[in-house]
Design a protein around this ligand. Structure first.
Ligand SMILES: [Zn+2]
Length: 186
């Protein structure tokens, strides 16, 4: 017998020693299932449908950078949120991507069960494969509820991850320029 997602949440409430029949919890399994499905809606999206042809011919070969993209994800180890910002840059080679698409790519991968390292890598690889850029850089700074609310309870620690591809990896100058533009150089 397979339980539906709301039924699983009902079992979780029982497992926690709660009474799923008490008034405040009556609709909780349904609501929690719906919320979790929303937080994981990235599974239903594909890169092709997100980009949807929004690639434009351009002579620009200067760094394009999108800073401070809000990021909400769930850690796959504890199913607890991690929240922060992503900074994405690429160096076009004839094609530029519609600006909102970068944020939507970040969102598609964030709205899945993740670890921050893989999320960073997946965003970089996606931007690279879509734009065929001369280089892609992704930095994510995030705070993890599994660290803040449990375990070591480190309230102020931020985890930083980065993936540098192509020119950002090969050229110190390019990498430094990017880090400077996102205010992370020192
Ligand atoms: Zn975790």
């Amino acid at each position: 017998m397979t339980l539906s997602l709301p039924e699983h949440y009902r079992e979780i409430l029982v497992g926690l020693g709660e009474d799923p029949q008490r008034e405040g919890l009556l609709d909780t399994p349904k609501r929690a299932a719906k919320a979790m499905q929303y937080l994981c809606h990235g599974y239903e999206q594909t890169l092709e449908e997100i980009v949807n042809g929004a690639l434009f011919a351009s002579d620009n070969d200067e760094m394009v950078i999108v800073k401070d993209i809000e990021l909400y994800s769930l850690c796959e180890h504890h199913l607890l949120p991690f929240i922060g910002k992503a900074h994405v840059a690429y160096i076009p080679t004839g094609k530029v991507l519609g600006l909102s698409k970068i944020a939507r790519i970040v969102d598609m991968y964030a709205r899945r069960l993740q670890i921050q390292e893989n999320l960073t890598r997946q965003i970089a690889d996606a931007v690279q494969s879509v734009t065929n850029a001369a280089g892609v850089a992704v930095v994510i700074e995030a705070q993890h509820m599994c660290m803040m609310m449990r375990g070591v309870e480190k309230q102020n620690s931020t985890m930083n991850t980065s993936v540098m591809l192509g020119a950002f990896r090969e050229s110190n100058t390019t990498r430094m320029e990017f880090l400077q533009l996102i205010g992370r150089s020192k």
